[in-house]
Design a protein around this ligand. Structure first.
Ligand SMILES: [Mg+2]
Length: 270
């Protein structure tokens, strides 16, 4: 069981306090067989099986930086499909959300038959324990629903970590949810952060950090991009470049590479 992060009192008053905030989907869990599969299913269903977006097409949409919400992304791909036929989509947003959720969460009350039940974890408990031991405050800012985010945090045996979910703040790239997470971590750990590190896997995540620098200049920020597991080897360099072009200071292959020992400043200039 991972306790709520509490920084050891020996770190109080220490300079250069770091706070690590993590996106969830594609960062701590692999959602290629869950959210992304549900997205493709939804588009396929509402285009009467005429169009199922490929993984690369979903990535191209996400590269636009504003389609972080997968219900809205589904709706957009359906709209674009019908637009290509010179038609208007008549599908309601509510029916898109409802179909998507029936795939992602399934129909059982405990979600055991939904795609969510078989999401591979990328993070592990030891990783977060090491952050805590190193005096690093940490938490989560995700566009997933609170219920879905809590589901995976529970699988990691975390007890009520700081979590800003879809219901708590405006969607990315609006930076207010990121700052809200920082404030909650500061107050819970009784620290004042100097450096805010945000770890995400999409363009929207990187833009969130870029916007945060104007939104609250009282912190230093570092945007850490991670390449999500679904990206094949031959497209990983391109994905890395895309993240850097949109504000990533460092791009890693996996969030586990972001260790307390990693020299962030040195990595960000290389
Ligand atoms: Mg993500």
């Amino acid at each position: 069981m991972i306790e709520t992060p509490k920084v050891d009192s020996s770190f109080l008053g220490q300079k250069n306090i770091k706070v690590f905030i993590f996106d969830i989907d594609g960062v701590i869990r692999d959602v290629s067989g869950s959210y992304r599969r549900a997205l493709a299913d939804t588009v396929e269903y509402f285009t009467n099986s005429a169009y199922r977006p490929t993984s690369e097409e979903i990535d191209n949409l996400k590269a636009e930086g504003i389609w972080n919400n997968d219900w809205e992304a589904s709706q957009e791909l359906i709209k674009r499909y019908f637009h290509g036929l010179d038609q208007e989509s008549k599908v309601s947003y509510e029916s898109i959300v409802s179909f998507f959720q029936s795939r992602y969460r399934g129909n059982e009350p405990n979600w055991s038959d939904g795609y969510i039940a078989s999401e591979p974890l990328i993070a592990n408990q030891e990783y977060f324990q090491e952050l805590t031991s190193a005096g690093i405050g940490w938490g989560f800012f995700s566009g997933a629903t609170r219920a879905s985010a809590k589901y995976v945090l529970k699988r990691l045996e975390m007890t009520e970590p700081v979590l800003i979910a879809m219901e708590d703040a405006a969607g990315k790239p609006d930076p207010s949810g990121l700052i809200l997470a920082v404030k909650q971590i500061e107050s819970r750990n009784q620290i004042l952060a100097d450096l805010v590190v945000y770890v995400g896997d999409t363009v929207a995540d990187m833009l969130t950090v870029v916007k945060a620098r104007d939104f609250d200049p009282s912190y230093n920020y570092l945007a850490v991009g991670v390449i999500p597991p679904h990206v094949p080897d031959n497209l990983r360099d391109r994905y890395r470049d895309l993240m850097k072009e949109n504000g990533a200071d460092i791009v890693l292959n996996n969030m586990l590479e972001l260790t307390p020992q990693l020299n962030l400043l040195q990595s960000s200039v290389s």
